[in-house]
Design a protein around this ligand. Structure first.
Ligand code: CAA
Length: 256
């Protein structure tokens, strides 16, 4: 039984809720390990088509656990067991939607940026305050933030450590929607259920193709897209999608 998060299955959607309220969901070794394990389990479960990740109303996650960090020297950091957990989180290939209320700071902001879609409550705050601790982001913050919000705002956030609010995050393209905080999870679940009803192979390849756009040149990205598109032409779900459109009924996708 995980101690630092709750996992709930809601039909084809798995809801993972970070639960370390005493530390505003700070990402210690245990929490990151349990999160990596929960995502691996969701990855392995064919019935789970999408995952929603959330925290509490006060904090999605307030970053790496600073108390734990204080106990680690350079050798400890080089052998940090949290690295393996981050790698598992990064590799997660099903659709991942973050429902962010309250603080998403440091590693918490980096974790939210692992999600494919970010939905924020009006009170959400996103920031990379590591510079205030004499360090810098180390779980993808410099790379993913710049790709999400552009150079100027990423530089401003990382070099000053100042957070932005949900409206600013929406304008900057870091999140795709904002909601009243009490509806953030509900809205993320709605989106997850909508995705879960689509053809799984198409969803998987579309996600992969979109992610390619962030780290490859246009020609390679277009080549990948063409290959993926062609691959999907041979799937039973494509036949079903087209047949259902012609029959004027909802498609029944099987992931084949
Ligand atoms: N690590 C460990 N404990 C944390 C924490 C963190 N990142 N953030 C908050 N907590 C703890 C606090 O120490 C406090 O515990 P105690 O009551 O035992 O002292 C409890 O959570 C509640 O926090 P506050 O009393 O500080 O709550 P607040 O509402 O006054 O302030 C806050 C909220 C602005 C988020 C403030 O807690 C804060 O600044 N936290 C640190 C944020 C931060 O610097 N994150 C970056 C960490 S470094 C990193 O993330 C690097 C990386 O991944 C590579």
């Amino acid at each position: 039984m995980p101690q630092t998060l709750a996992v709930e299955q809601l039909q084809a959607v798995r809801l993972i809720t970070l639960q370390r309220p005493q530390a505003l969901n700070a990402l210690n070794t245990e929490l990151l390990g349990e999160l990596a394990a929960a995502l691996s389990a969701a990855e392995a479960d064919p019935e789970t088509r999408a995952v929603v990740l959330t925290g509490s109303r006060k904090a999605f996650a307030a970053g790496a656990d600073i108390k734990e960090m204080a106990e680690r020297d350079l050798v400890g950091i080089l052998n940090d067991p949290r690295q393996a957990s981050w790698q598992t989180i990064t590799r997660f290939s099903k659709p991942l939607i973050a429902a962010v209320n309250g603080f998403a700071l440091g590693g918490g902001c980096e974790l939210a940026m692992h999600a494919d879609i970010l939905i924020a409550g009006e009170d959400a705050r996103f920031g990379q305050p590591e510079i205030n601790l004499g360090i810098m982001p180390g779980a993808g913050g410099t790379q993913r933030l710049l790709r999400a919000v552009g150079k100027s705002l990423a530089m401003q956030m990382v070099l000053t450590g100042e957070a932005i609010d949900a409206r600013h995050a929406l304008r900057a393209g870091l999140v795709s929607e904002i909601t009243q905080p009490e509806f953030t999870v509900e809205r993320a679940l709605q989106i997850a259920h909508a995705i879960a009803a689509k053809a799984p192979l198409a969803v998987r390849l579309a996600k992969e193709a979109l992610l390619k756009a962030m780290d490859t040149d246009l020609a390679s990205g277009l080549r990948f897209e063409r290959h993926a598109f062609t691959l999907l032409a041979g799937t039973a779900d494509r036949d079903e999608g087209i047949r259902a459109f012609q029959d004027k009924r909802a498609p029944q996708f099987r992931g084949q």
